[in-house]
Design a protein around this ligand. Structure first.
Ligand code: ADE
Length: 236
């Protein structure tokens, strides 16, 4: 069975968007994963099919109605109640490579994309989606966040990257001890007076591995003290 990406959104035409291009697009066409969009507006309330309303107690913006969100989600989870339900949100737990690896082991994901100030809290209490954040900034909606999480997850689904599979030895991967990736080089040998380091092309695999490791450690230490501290703690 292929990996299923379910997207609930008021803007379903945004998908597959960039996920329809390049290797992910090829894998989609080849049936290695599939996408099903579900238009939130089909679940709108009343004759105007409203999906949002003003915040109770006042405040800016609009809030996605709990009954609308629940009806849309329930229509998808019926028959797929084993799939994780993700609510992209700046107040969620941080997204990272560990979650991507975990999700890639499963059969798919359901994303509920919001475009407003938020979702009525009673929906969250009743259906308990996993709120996940891309980072400490606020996007205009969950759609781009869902695409980012999907792209990172899908490239770890077997076959999606084809022969270019490299999901293990890269930044943040357990095989790389959670460090940032070492520098890469390719042709030409000389670029604007800068040469590929001799060691990289020397053919001495042991020395190269040691050099790459040292580079990864130096980079991580200077750019990501948080990752470096985790690494040092794990080594103890
Ligand atoms: N929706 C709005 N901002 C977001 C963020 N930072 N991460 C995930 N979803 C969001």
């Amino acid at each position: 069975m292929s990996f299923a990406a379910h997207i609930i959104s008021a803007y379903p035409d945004m998908f597959p968007g960039p996920l329809g291009e390049s290797l992910h697009g090829r894998a989609l066409a080849d049936g290695l994963w599939r996408i099903e969009t579900h238009d939130l507006r089909n679940f709108g309330a009343g004759k105007h099919k409203n999906i949002d309303d003003t915040p109770a107690g006042g405040g800016p913006g609009m809030v996605l109605r709990a009954d609308v969100a629940a009806a849309a989600l329930d229509s998808v989870t019926t028959g797929h109640d084993d799939l994780p339900v993700i609510l992209p949100s700046p107040r969620g737990v941080p997204f990272g490579q560990t979650l991507a690896h975990e999700w890639a082991q499963g059969d798919g994901l359901i994303f509920l994309c919001n475009r407003f100030e938020g979702v009525d809290e009673r929906f969250i209490a009743a259906r308990q989606p996993l709120e996940v954040s891309l980072g400490d900034y606020v996007l205009a909606g969950g759609e781009l966040a869902a695409m980012v999480m999907l792209e990172a997850t899908l490239r770890l689904v077997p076959g999606v990257m084809g022969k270019l599979e490299s999901g293990t030895d890269e930044s943040f991967s357990p095989a790389n001890d959670g460090l940032l990736e070492y520098p890469q080089f390719t042709r030409p040998q000389s670029f604007e007076g800068r040469d590929i380091p001799d060691l990289v092309t020397s053919g001495d695999h042991e020395k190269l591995a040691a050099w790459r490791r040292a580079q990864a450690e130096t980079l991580t230490q200077s750019r990501r003290p948080d990752l470096w501290a985790d690494f040092v703690k794990r080594k103890k």
